[in-house]
Design a protein around this ligand. Structure first.
Ligand code: IVH
Length: 695
């Protein structure tokens, strides 16, 4: 560490004290927990390296914050401690080794592992089976009396549930646990706060803390707090318990909420597996967890291991990667999305958050930048939870350097240079240039997407290249691509060019509703595209439909109708549709049976053998299936006909002769597809002309 350690230690203590006060006493932290942990870890390392600079009132030796004088103080009989942290597997292993060293040749045995709930520690005292008093942790020795508020927590027994035969209740029992606000309750609370024009809470933990410290218990009750119980404090009477696992089982039997993810694990490998699993599923839970607490299960060993000034030695908090961190915001830029939407985003100093290193984060829109009050140069809180894209939560006001200025939204599109536009009352800003290259690419990407025309071998990279090369200007251009040129392009070859050609080719036969969805008409998602196709059946009918006809489609109404009508009335849209029609795209809806082709072969089996001229084997089968028929691999007495091309399979032709199944040529097959009628097919084109082994 560079600089003067004494000065840095003083600086850190002052900063930590300031943040601790905001967190523990004001329920309004300015920085994420992970940043607070880092400051503490830096201070602890410095104090360790310079024992002469250690001090008894350092925040490294302190638990929690000052009790609030609004509530009567409660002295804890057994102090409520904190936990030491492990930030990775090495630190977990180091903890386990320290434990083992203290125990000498005795085995530390199994670990009891459970989520580390992100709430507030609480102590609830029962006398003669009746809830008597509840207190916050406070500074660990003295907490605040919050009995009236804790009594409102649903699920926390006011009276112990004694099972028949479980004996008399302990004379005195102190249960400890974590009070929290379920995510669903947190969202509901913030909604109510906003509705009442009151400040919303930054996270569930602060909301829980604020709720628990209400002067009026009826307000606490309205918030809907919950609790997980995980420990005994003072106890007088009760059964002999040998392990933490037994403690949890007993608490459960008395009616206390005990978390279902508590587990007894035999090895550190298993503990690591548990944590990996917890990390993967943390967002499936209706409460926030910031790690796992790993405890030595055996209570006798726990007692022997004891505690240091701050935390027990028999437990460690194995922290999950933080989802919020602070970093410096270097600049704000705007990116243009496939629809032309201009989204501001932050360029950040790299920060490890949510398990990845993040260098950019979204700011959503112009108003959000203002609401979060972020400026280039600011220290900002970045959040990345699960797979959600990273976002800037807000700036840290106390860290703002002098001379920063509010950011202004640019006036021009960074891609095409044309003006950006934000409509009255709208949140989003758009590039209004229809020909903006980003939008051109975006429209083609959407058209080719899996739910639209499903062009398998056309990826974003190819679209980008073709658009940049000037080979492609819109979706209709896909059907005129020069595949010889593509085959010669770097990174391509005959095979990939052919794959691309075939996948574009296949897209010509997609039904109307997919085409409509692929055109990305405003308001027309997949469901509305289907409604549009089934109501009007052809593209021409849609082009001709009056706005009233469109509004009459079930579920549409005037807004969607106007949007559809306006889109189709744009000459550029008409032109695109004309060119797609010229390219041979299906402009008709699927019939009820799920195909645009007439259902001439419903339920009948037609087998294909040998090489046809106008169809690949797959295409021939597809043509049969599209008409409601089947095309099995073998001939049977139920086969309607065997289509034989050049070099037919001998066994199929023999089987057909045996079973009396007509063998037909390609021309007859084409007529069969059209009419479904074998007799109507030209008898002269029948089996006799086929040079098969049987003739
Ligand atoms: S056991 C001596 N188990 O984490 C403390 N604590 O950072 C033993 N916490 O004060 C506590 N979930 O408020 C334990 N499953 C869990 C926990 C848990 C959250 C809290 C508790 C503690 C703090 C320490």
């Amino acid at each position: 560490m560079a600089g003067d350690p004494q000065a840095r230690i003083q600086e850190l203590r002052a900063e930590i004290d300031r943040h601790a006060r905001r967190y523990f006493e004001l329920d309004d932290p300015e920085i994420p927990d992970a940043d607070y942990d880092r400051l503490l870890a830096e201070l602890a390392a410095l104090e360790k390296a310079h024992p002469d600079l250690a001090s008894a009132d350092s925040p490294t030796r302190r638990i929690g914050g000052q009790p609030n004088p609004v509530f009567s103080p409660v002295a804890h009989v057994v102090p409520m401690m904190s936990l030491h942290n492990a930030f990775d597997r090495n630190e977990l292993r180091a903890w386990a080794e320290r434990v083992q060293r203290r125990l000498g040749d005795r085995e530390a045995g199994a670990y009891a592992v459970e989520p580390k709930f992100d709430g507030l520690a609480i102590s609830v005292l029962y006398r003669d089976g009746q809830m008597a008093r509840a207190a916050t942790r406070g500074d660990g020795r003295t907490g605040e009396d919050v009995t009236g508020n804790v009594a409102t927590i649903a699920g926390l027994p006011r009276r112990l549930a004694l099972r028949p035969g479980s004996g008399p209740p302990p004379d005195m029992l102190e249960v400890r646990g974590e009070v929290y606000l379920a995510l669903s309750a947190f969202e509901a609370l913030n909604q109510r706060q906003r509705d009442r024009d009151e400040k919303s809470y930054v996270n569930p933990r602060n909301a829980a803390a604020g709720s628990l410290r209400q002067k009026d218990p009826s307000i606490t009750a309205e918030r809907g707090l919950s609790i997980w119980c995980y420990q005994l404090g003072a106890i007088d009477g009760g059964p002999r318990l040998a392990s933490h696992t037994e403690t949890l089982e007993w608490l459960d039997s008395l009616g206390f909420p005990v978390n279902e993810h508590a587990a007894r694990l035999e090895s550190l490998d298993a503990v690591e597996g548990y944590v990996a699993d917890l990390e993967a599923r943390r967002h499936d839970l209706d409460y926030e967890v910031d790690g796992a607490v790993v405890k030595i299960d055996d209570l006798a060993l726990q007692a022997e291991l004891g505690a240091d000034a701050k935390a027990p030695r028999w437990a460690v908090a194995y922290k999950l990667p933080p989802e919020e961190r602070t970093t410096t915001l270097r600049d704000i830029e705007v990116s243009i999305g496939p629809s032309g939407q201009a989204t501001p985003f932050a360029r950040l100093d790299p920060v490890f958050v949510g398990g990845v290193t993040v260098t950019t984060a979204t700011l959503h829109n112009e108003d959000q930048v203002a609401a979060k009050d972020v400026r280039p140069g600011d220290t900002v809180i970045v959040r990345r939870a699960g797979d959600v894209i990273p976002e800037v939560v807000r700036s840290v006001p106390s860290a703002r350097p002098e001379g920063t200025v509010p950011w202004e939204f640019p006036r021009h599109c960074p891609v095409c240079g044309q003006p950006l536009r934000r409509d009255e009352g709208a949140a989003a800003t758009f590039c209004a240039n229809f020909g903006c290259p980003r939008q051109v690419r975006g429209r083609i990407e959407h058209f080719a997407g899996r739910m639209a025309m499903d062009i398998e071998f056309l990826g974003e990279k190819n679209i980008d290249r073709f658009v940049t090369n000037g080979m492609l200007a819109d979706a209709a251009g896909l059907y005129r691509l020069d595949f010889n040129r593509i085959a010669a392009m770097k990174g391509f070859g005959a095979v990939s060019a052919e794959n691309l050609r075939a996948s574009i080719e296949a897209s010509r036969r997609r039904p109307l509703h997919r085409l409509l969805f692929g055109l990305r008409i405003p308001e027309i998602g997949q469901a509305n595209a289907r409604l549009l196709a089934s109501s009007f059946e052809t593209m021409d009918a849609i082009l001709a439909a009056a706005e009233d006809d469109l509004a009459a489609v079930e579920g549409f109404g005037p807004v969607i109708a106007a949007s559809v009508r306006a889109w189709f009335d744009d000459p550029r849209a008409r032109d695109l549709i004309d060119r797609l029609r010229e390219a041979g795209l299906q402009m008709k809806a699927e019939t009820a049976a799920g195909s645009a082709a007439p259902q001439t072969l419903t339920g009948r089996a037609v087998v294909v053998t040998g090489t046809l001229e106008g169809f690949s084997r797959d295409q021939a089968r597809a043509a049969i299936v599209a008409r409601g028929g089947k095309s099995p691999g073998g001939v049977s007495s139920r086969t309607l006909a065997l289509v034989a091309g050049a070099e037919p399979g001998a066994s199929k032709v023999n089987k057909a002769a045996e079973a009396g199944v007509p063998v037909i040529d390609e021309a007859t097959f084409v007529r069969l597809l059209e009419t479904g009628d074998l007799d109507a097919a030209d008898p002269g084109a029948g089996g006799a002309e086929i040079s098969g082994p049987e003739s």
